[in-house]
Ligand binder design. Structure first.
Ligand SMILES: [Fe+2]
Ligand SMILES: [Fe+2]
Length: 178
């Protein structure tokens, strides 16, 4: 059973988090043993908390965060078109393209996805409170994930409980659709 906050969080993103496309992010590692899916849920839930606290548009902040790393590949693997370094600068553009391809994001959601790596993406800077929240939440989570702060935390247990809920809901929906 989810906490009250996680239930409210789910109400903003359920079409995204229950989709096959977003679930694909569970196949790729982000930092350490944390998948891209777990990372985007952590960033999205952190954005939910900050957006509520700072009277921002919670729906935009949370949905943009769920889509911010929708690049759908393993960034550690070097290919002819991509290295981990070029990934750092180019993946917001890929996430925007995939968000448009698979969902119907608003212009504001797309803008916050595009600027989430700022200041590295110098010419794509945050232009709204929600965009600023995403750049902060992403850096906060990435830092905690990269330096082991997130590993055995109560926060991770909370994020994992949402991940388990999503997987169980998907499984029961698949059974019903058979
Ligand atoms: Fe990113
Ligand atoms: Fe990220």
């Amino acid at each position: 059973m989810l906490t009250k906050n996680l239930m409210e969080f789910h109400s903003y993103v359920k079409d995204l988090s229950l989709s096959d496309t977003v679930m694909q992010m569970d196949n790729f590692m982000q930092h350490g043993d944390i998948t891209t899916l777990e990372h985007v849920i952590a960033v999205s839930y952190t954005s939910y908390i900050l957006a509520k606290r700072w009277n921002a548009d919670v729906r935009t902040a949370v949905r943009g965060a769920m889509l911010h790393d929708l690049y759908l590949y393993d960034w550690h693997i070097k290919t002819e078109e991509r290295t981990p370094l070029t990934h750092t600068f180019n993946h917001p553009k890929t996430s925007v393209a995939n968000a448009k391809k698979y969902f119907k994001p608003t212009e504001k959601e797309l803008k916050i996805v595009r600027s989430h790596m700022w200041p590295l993406t110098l010419f794509h800077c945050p232009t709204s409170k929600e965009a600023f929240i995403l750049t902060l939440a992403d850096k906060y989570c990435a830092w905690n994930e990269s330096f082991g702060i997130y590993d055995n935390s109560a926060y991770r247990k909370k994020i994992k409980s949402y991940l388990v809920f999503v997987k169980k809901t998907r499984a029961s929906q698949n059974l019903k659709n058979r």
